[in-house]
Design a protein. Structure first.
Length: 27
């Protein structure tokens, strides 16, 4: 898998695209 791993509020996210980033921010 490609993407960037990011830890946010103690949870790890694997961001595969800008849309994924927006989806996380909107939650």
């Amino acid at each position: 898998y490609g993407g960037t791993e990011v830890k946010y509020n103690g949870e790890e996210y694997l961001l595969l695209s800008a849309r994924d980033v927006l989806a996380i921010v909107e939650k």
